[in-house]
Design a protein around this ligand. Structure first.
Ligand code: NAD
Length: 349
């Protein structure tokens, strides 16, 4: 099922129309503690819904797990949800990933709509149908690919989103330029600030890039893998920081930003990205993202987590690398000794 993606505050009219057409037996709205406080009132005002129930999960990646799912399945069950119920996910990537998974599995699947409220979930997580949860420290190990029935992208939500969360989403926009559209990369890298006003005009083109890639390869047989640029090492870094409480947590986009710099270096060694382009990538990320120091123990922990990446096949770790900006290559294996050199390249930012 292809999703219906509607843009802007006027999209609420389409949402109301869609709800009328769909005639659900009951409507559930999933928020997390922050979107409950910051977004729910506006959502209810804009939709004029009066027959609904709100479910709320604790905010944060550490809650994107089976325990939260079990609580929500129980709540849905206790509140009388049936196969003709709807779940509306109002939140960031954690809510849309987990809510999508809860909906896809409850009574073998009920409809869900995504109303992304973070930049990251607008340009990436809510589009493309990947739902899922983490398994211990391993990111997105359990999940289902299923498109939401309706997606409403409204940048108004960004008004209450903290600046570091905006910067986190910006990393995925930069990635879209790197893997698909050099012109878009150039425009974004010269952007003056990552304030929400400066980024709003670039949201739609980013979603367009993601949608183009996904619609050509919904099941990730080939082309869709390019969206994983920066994510193989980035996910391992994110997982490592999630489980090591002595260190500040890294947001998804912050981890992916480091992953892209590391994988740019690997690209120079294995598929011909020029050193100038790799330096351009490194300098651009250094301009927007704080530097993180890794001890050798941490690097070893990260490399250990790499082995569990979902994209590994028959024990081999496959990377998406860049031949040049805008030209990715998939399924590249990386010799072990290059990882440490990649961290050296990142260190000398
Ligand atoms: N399914 C996919 O294709 C895909 C793609 C990329 C990322 N992801 C997943 O997305 C997740 C990250 O998404 P995220 O960065 O949106 O994280 P998130 O959902 O944790 O949101 C970030 C923080 O912002 C808060 N928040 C959300 N909207 C707000 C608003 N409007 N005002 C104030 N606070 C608000 C949230 O409560 C949370 O504390 C990760 O789990 C990642 O794996 C999925």
């Amino acid at each position: 099922m292809e999703s219906n993606i509607i843009f802007g505050s006027k999209g609420f009219t389409s949402l109301i129309k869609q709800l009328k057409e769909d005639q659900y037996s009951s409507i559930f709205i999933l928020t997390d503690t922050n979107t409950n406080a910051n977004c729910l009132d506006r959502f209810l005002k804009k939709t004029n819904l009066n027959n609904y129930k709100v479910l709320t999960m604790n905010a944060g990646e550490e809650n994107k797990n089976l325990i939260t799912c079990e609580n929500l399945w129980n709540e849905l069950s206790d509140l009388g949800a049936d196969r003709n119920s709807l779940l509306i996910n109002l939140g960031g990537g954690v809510v849309t990933d987990l809510g999508g998974f809860v909906a896809c599995t409850f009574k073998r699947g009920i409809d869900f709509y995504n109303i992304p409220t973070t930049l990251l979930s607008m340009v990436d997580a809510s589009v493309g149908g990947k739902t899922g949860i983490d398994l211990g420290p391993l990111k997105n190990q359990i999940g289902i690919v299923q498109e939401p029935k309706f997606i409403l992208i409204d940048s108004k939500w960004l008004e209450t989103l903290p600046q570091d969360e905006i910067r986190s989403g910006f990393a995925e926009m930069l990635k879209h330029g790197l893997i698909y559209e050099p012109k878009y990369w150039k425009e974004l890298k010269f952007i003056k600030s990552t304030s929400e006003e400066s980024l709003i005009p670039y949201i739609k083109p980013s979603i367009q890039i993601k949608s183009n890639v996904v619609s050509e390869d919904p099941k990730e047989k080939g082309l869709r893998k390019i969206l994983n640029f920066g994510h193989t090492l980035g996910h391992a870094i994110e997982s490592h920081f999630l489980t090591h409480t002595t260190k500040n947590k890294l947001l998804h986009g912050e981890a992916i930003a480091i992953g892209m710099v590391l994988e740019a270096y690997l690209s120079t060694q294995l598929v011909g990205l020029t050193h100038e382009e790799a330096k351009d990538i490194k300098d651009t990320f250094a301009r927007f993202y704080p530097h993180v120091d890794f001890t050798s123990e941490e690097i070893n922990g990260i490399l250990e987590l790499l082995r569990h990446d979902k994209k590994n096949k028959a024990g081999r770790i496959n990377f998406v690398l860049l031949k040049s900006i805008g030209s990715p290559v998939i399924d590249i294996q990386v010799p072990q000794e290059l990882f440490l050199k990649a961290f050296e390249f990142y260190k000398n930012i």
